[in-house]
Structures are given as structure tokens and as C-alpha cells.
Design a protein around this ligand. Structure first.
Ligand code: LRH
Length: 488
């Protein structure tokens, strides 16, 4: 019987469960089930459906049981910052708000009246974004939210799903770190921040690091799925942490771009870098696997195209990419991180509005919209990479693009052209691979991340993109900087 690790990997628009095994040839992955994940808007709030996500995981486990696969352990990673409140009776108090809920607009500024921005950054090293759990929790507190008021525990999404499977409550380090609740130096929950929210450590589950055992499947889940008392292991519960663990780098001189709904661009370092410059650039220091730190920035990634696609009856990606490839270059340029694009009622109209506001031609065909998105993303990547190069203690020789977006050859080429550095694309399933790697490390089937990265590099096909058309891209970059300035 084959021995496998079961990875649950949930993103903001879709989720999947994957079986991973190590063979003589390297690494084998098999997708078990894939399902959509949607924002649900009700009465002015935006929610996730945690029960539906649980149901999909149960379906995946049932399929694995029917195939008579021996599962060594289960690990869950998800997008960051969102959480559920759990009552004294152990029940989830309501569906969790999604990070695109408008309730946190302006929340950091309100919070900084009590603890200054510099102090918060000094403690956590985390970039300020409206939706960080710190500001979500403070907003709920100010609004006397009934679920927070009745909460005994707060569980981040991967921890909440692990709880639903195992009955055990934990707070996993990487997901708590991106929440902006962890002290970057002690690598534990920060009491000063918790007390500003009226909370203590007792309001969270047992604090664990990637690789620790959470519990085993409850009797109920065993009955539902037909599986035995399989261990549920803490992986890097934050999807970006799992993805970056699977960067197939052979040396340390690399930057990465984890490309999905978000584009997370950064470098991996041993200790947090928290200084006036990183604060000014709003760079984050997120906790990762094996004590590593991800110095990175969130860039609005495929979200723009994902939203346009849903407005265009889900036209396939290959079709959209090929239309964009034939379309005129550098017709209109946007800043993908402009607030206009955070959750507009219509993404295509928001892009047209941005172009009108900055006196550029309106992208009036689908191909032009997609071309505008890809070129603008590539230019924004250069913008962020330039700051990273200035901050990095090591030279950056290569940019590893990982995640679903690494399948987009046109964008990969644009990224190489714009940044002027070689892009290595793949693996597209980095997050699930990183999740499985940590489970393998916990099962002592691997000596650690370096060995795993070598294995991924040698067993998964990677594509290399060398920079081209440097002159045109340099001119476009100057325009990009002017446009950002104009829109301020
Ligand atoms: C990417 C991600 C990112 C977070 C965002 C909310 O999926 O986890 O790292 O900042 O979702």
C-alpha cells in the first residue's frame, strides 16, 4: 500500500486536496478534489462559508479512503488573516468575515491612536494592511460584535479547520504571524497587542510551530470518512509560508514571487529586518518554516483577472492569455495596488475608470484589459523588486515564480523583461508541496527544507525566462512611475 500525505490547500477563490508521496523518482502528487471558494455578501458584510470548506475536505478524505490509500498525516494551509470565534461550548459562533469586508477601511489609523504605528511595526515587523487580524479584531471590539463578545477562543482559518477535524484547538505560528499578533523576535503571541484588544493568550489555542502534532481525526470524522485515527499535523498554516518552503532554489541568492490571487514578492532571511526603511516601504517579516523569515510585500495579483473573468463568463485562461499576447503593447498602465481595485462592484469598469482618471486610452476590449493587467503587474513587480534589492543582505540572482500564476508564460516573460532578471517558473502547486514537505519532515522522512528544495528542483519541470526588450520595458517603467504619481 502506498504511503501518502494528505494536503488541504485553500485559496481565496478555490481549494483543493492533494495526496503527496515520495518515490524513488522523487515526488508524486495526485489531486483528490478541487472546489470553488467564494466571498458571500449578506447585508453589507462579506463572509466565507467555513462549513462548506469543511464539507469539501470531508469529501476529499472519503475519496482517499475509498482508494484504500494509507494516509500518514493531514495538514491544512489557507489564505491569511481571517478567523472564527468559538464559544464556551466549542461551537463556531458565526461564519467568518472575509478580509475584503469593508468594515476595516481606515481601521489601522484608528488603532494607531492607542498604540503607535511605529510601535506596532517594531513589535511585529508586519506590513500594515487594513485587513490584518489585529485591525479586524479591533474593529469587531469597537463595534461590540456579538461573536467576539461571546468568544472563548479565536482560531485562524487553518486552525479552525484542523479543530473541526481533530477537536483540538491550536494557534499555529506562521498564520498568527501574518495576523500581526506575533512578536517577530520572541516568535510568540505579543501580550501588549493582545491586551489592547481585551484578549489574553487563553483566548487562543495551544501555540504550535510547523511540524507539531495537533491531534487525530475525531470519532465523528472517522465515521464520516471511513478513515482511522489519522494524525492532523500543523504545517505552515499560512499558504504563503507553505509555498515559499517549496521554492526550488539551490542557493540562497534568490527572490520569490508566490503568484495566485495575491502576488507575494520577497526574499528569505534568517532574522527579521525591522528598521525605518522597511517600515517606510511597508515590507513585512512573516514567520516561516524552520525559523526562516519572509521579508516580502503583498501585491494585488491575479485578483484583477479573476474578477474580470467572473464578469466574462469564466472564459478560459489560455484563451485570455493568447488574446492579450496579440494585443497592442503598453496602451494603458495601471497600479494594480490602487484602492480602486480592492473589491469594486465591477473590476473591468474600475480599470477603465483608473485609465480615464490618468488620461490614458480606455481598454475597450477584453484583450486590452488583460494586456493592461499583465503589463501593469510586471511593472509593479519591478517596483517592489528594486526596493527588495536595496534591502537584501545577499545579491538576488534569480526570481522564482511559484504557484498557479507560474503557469502563465506571457506574464513570466513580461516579469523577466520588466525586472531584468532571470525568471524560473514552477512548481505551480508549490503551496501543496510545501504543506506535504512539512508533514514529511514531521514523519522524519526528510532531513529538512534544503534537502526538499533539491528534490523539488530535480523532480519537477521548471521553465526559464530570460529578459528581453529591455529598452521598451525601461520606458514603460518610467511611465508607470509617472502614472502612480498622477493618481496620488
Ligand atoms: C495569500 C494570502 C496572503 C495574505 C492574504 C490575505 O493567499 O495568504 O499572504 O496576505 O492571503
Amino acid at each position: 500500500m502506498k504511503q501518502c500525505f494528505f494536503a488541504v490547500d485553500l485559496g481565496a477563490t478555490s481549494g483543493r486536496t492533494i495526496l503527496g508521496a515520495f518515490t524513488d523518482k522523487g515526488f508524486e502528487l495526485e489531486e483528490v478534489n478541487r472546489f470553488p471558494n467564494h466571498l458571500i455578501e449578506v447585508s453589507g458584510h462579506v463572509y466565507w462559508d467555513i462549513n462548506a470548506l469543511y464539507q469539501h475536505i470531508i469529501e476529499g478524505l472519503k475519496i482517499a479512503a475509498q482508494k484504500q490509500i494509507e494516509i500518514t498525516s493531514i495538514g491544512i494551509d489557507t489564505w491569511g488573516v481571517d478567523f472564527v470565534c468559538i464559544g464556551k461550548d466549542g461551537h463556531i459562533l458565526r461564519q467568518p468575515y472575509a478580509y475584503r469586508d469593508p468594515h476595516t477601511i481606515g481601521a489601522p489609523e484608528t488603532y494607531f491612536n492607542r498604540i503607535s504605528r511605529t510601535r506596532v511595526y517594531e513589535l511585529t515587523g508586519i506590513q500594515v494592511m487594513n485587513f490584518n487580524s489585529l485591525f479586524q479584531l479591533d474593529t469587531l471590539r469597537r463595534n461590540n460584535d456579538s461573536s467576539l463578545e461571546s468568544a472563548d477562543k479565536i482560531l485562524f482559518i487553518p486552525d479552525a479547520l484542523s479543530y473541526m477535524l481533530s477537536g483540538k484547538m491550536v494557534t499555529e505560528y506562521t498564520i498568527a504571524s501574518t495576523a500581526q499578533l506575533v512578536n517577530a523576535h520572541t516568535r510568540k503571541l505579543e501580550p501588549e497587542l493582545l491586551s489592547s484588544l481585551g484578549l489574553t493568550e487563553d483566548n487562543f489555542g495551544r501555540f504550535v510551530y510547523p511540524g507539531e502534532l495537533i491531534g487525530t481525526l475525531t470519532a465523528e470524522v472517522q465515521k464520516l470518512t471511513g478513515l482511522g485515527a489519522i494524525p492532523v499535523v500543523a504545517v505552515a498554516g499560512h499558504d504563503t509560508g507553505s509555498a515559499v518552503a517549496a521554492v526550488p532554489a539551490l542557493t540562497k541568492n534568490f527572490a520569490y514571487l508566490s503568484s495566485g490571487t495575491w502576488s507575494l514578492m520577497g526574499i528569505e532571511i534568517d532574522k527579521p529586518v525591522i528598521n525605518a526603511q522597511t517600515e517606510l516601504f511597508n515590507f513585512t517579516n512573516e514567520g516561516g518554516v524552520e525559523g526562516t523569515i519572509r521579508l516580502l510585500k503583498n501585491i494585488c495579483g491575479m485578483w484583477l483577472l479573476e474578477r474580470c473573468r467572473s464578469e466574462w463568463e469564466e472564459t478560459s485562461y489560455p484563451e485570455l492569455i493568447s488574446e492579450a499576447q496579440k494585443s497592442e503593447a503598453f496602451r494603458s498602465i495601471i497600479n494594480p495596488d490602487d484602492a480602486l481595485f480592492s473589491n469594486p462592484s465591477n473590476m473591468e469598469s474600475a480599470i477603465c475608470e483608473y485609465c480615464a482618471l490618468t488620461n490614458q486610452p480606455i481598454p475597450d476590449t477584453r484583450a486590452r484589459v488583460v494586456r493592461c493587467i499583465f503589463e501593469s503587474l510586471a511593472l509593479r513587480y519591478r517596483h517592489v523588486l528594486d526596493s527588495l534589492i536595496a534591502l537584501s543582505p545577499r545579491p538576488i540572482e534569480v526570481l522564482h515564480v511559484i504557484g498557479g500564476g507560474s503557469r502563465n508564460d506571457l506574464l513570466n516573460q513580461f516579469t523577466a523583461n520588466s525586472t531584468g532578471i532571470t525568471v524560473v517558473a514552477g512548481p505551480s502547486e508549490a503551496t501543496a508541496i510545501g504543506n506535504i514537505m512539512v508533514q514529511a519532515m514531521a514523519a522524519e522522512k526528510s532531513s529538512g527544507m534544503d534537502e526538499m528544495r533539491k528534490l523539488i528542483n530535480s523532480s519537477i519541470p521548471l521553465t526559464i525566462f530570460a529578459p528581453q526588450d529591455t529598452e521598451e520595458w525601461n520606458c514603460a517603467y518610467k511611465r508607470f512611475l509617472q502614472i502612480i504619481d498622477l493618481k496620488k
